[in-house]
Ligand binder design. Sequence first.
Ligand code: DON
Length: 568
Amino acid sequence: MRSSRLWPVAAALILAVTLALVPSGVLAQSSDPVRAGTGMVVSESWIASEAGRDVLAAGGNAVDAAIATGFALAVTHPSAGNIGGGGFMVIRFPNGQTTAIDFREKAPLASHPEMWLENGEYSAERHHRSHWAVGVPGTVAGFDKAHSLYGDMNWERIVYPAVVLADDGFVLSDRLSGSLSRFALTDGRPAATVAQFSNGGTAYAAGETLRQTDLGRTLKRIMLDGRDGFYRGETARLLVAEMERAGGLITAADLEIYEARERVPVTGYYRGYEVISMPPPSSGGVAMVTMLNMLERFDLASFGHNTAPYIHHLSESMRRAFRDRAQFLADPDFVDVSVHALTSKEHAAELGNDIQSDRATPSGVSDIPMGYESPETTHYSVVDGNGMAVSVTYTLEGGFGTGIVVPGAGFLLNNEMGDFNAGPGLTNDRGLIGTSPNLARPQQRMLSSMTPSIVARDGRLVAVVGSPGGRTIINTVMQVILNVVDFGMNIQEAVNAKRIHHQWLPDRIGIEADGASAETVRLLEAMGHTVQVGGGQGTAHSIMIDPRTGERLGAADPRNPDAGARGH
Ligand code: DON
């Protein structure tokens, strides 16, 4: 299908040279972003950022670079980078117009609301870890759609770096070799998973090279045949064979009819800034705009960053927006979601009306509890030389998804069906949720929290932001934006700063380790909050535009040392 077959040789040379060099961008210092005059990519893997940056340098636009980065992450960041999962892409064009690509997984045709019941009992194993937990993957269709609508560069050139990374391999870091060995050598992993991520059953050490030749062959089919290289032919055959072998639900028909959708982003306005984010089937954009609308009437800067009154007001807005999330949000192709009403200033005024300055509002026991979500996904940000901005968050849901590699095809299957509710009426005090909108139905997309976002002001691009981390995503992204808007931090400081999380239920504030003093915690407790300090929230690889010089400022989150901001 796609044009010229000659460029791969040239591209291989360029990539080989690039990989042989010391990383060209300078890694971010503690509070200094990486500066570049033209384009920037920031992702969870510096190797993938370089693949995207090279596409920009070769004349591709931000959509081309985002696709190249996404395919490269499927090789170099296997716990969440993927072709077997799904996600969202938010785009802002240089003229200020915006759009969003929804490539969230879909429930297979054989799905039904009671599918997580086994002999009448809810089965978490089936819901989150079985072949039934696999949603019809959307990533390749999403990238294909984004490219055909808005890409500039030859598709083969964009996919090729990922093929080379899979075939020739890349050198494992300390962090990745450790995470792969913990994952692949856990008892009970399928043989194809052990084969792909260990050295014949022995853990890879840091400094060794990981080659993924089955994945390389699949990526080559995608490179040559685009969408059909995944949803038809050999890749589809291998995926369906694995489903048939293990009693999974995805059929050739499910793959054939999968479609990514273009959607209208959610847009909100906060202190003069335009905040553009993902609409349903993500809850992220709606919930974040609802929170910002509630917070706008408080002088947050006067509270001081991460002080007790600041954390209190954030938590109060968070608990209210997450209550809305559980009650109203789901796939808009199946459920009527009033995005406009939920993100209106009037709704926020009503919702935030009873926020008191010094008392926590308890999340009542009869309110809607939340289900399980794991903390593994990945976000990356791209800006090109023309000011086109792309914000992508995509996921396998759990770390390494189901943990099942499709034999012969070399990619991991997601467990995204776990984001559907447990079953009709199955709301209970152990955290299951059984409300109707987000039940599994054939072809429905499961509700997400992913919040790829872009900020603009007076018609100019300001920042590209996003994060992994289940429901913490929404709060992480909002706090990076507040750090810039209310506290005047530079983008690296805004990303580095400690974050907090509240999600209605369980009714407690989570604060990252060292994120608040003992006195702050005591003051919050005196207001009636339960506070838990410790652990970390998701990364937030972001880009900001220097308003003075127009330079791209890349902020890789130091929470992951393998991350990298690469510009040119
Ligand atoms: O779509 C969602 O919201 C979840 N499946 C995302 C999972 C996640 O973020 C795990 N992350 N790090």
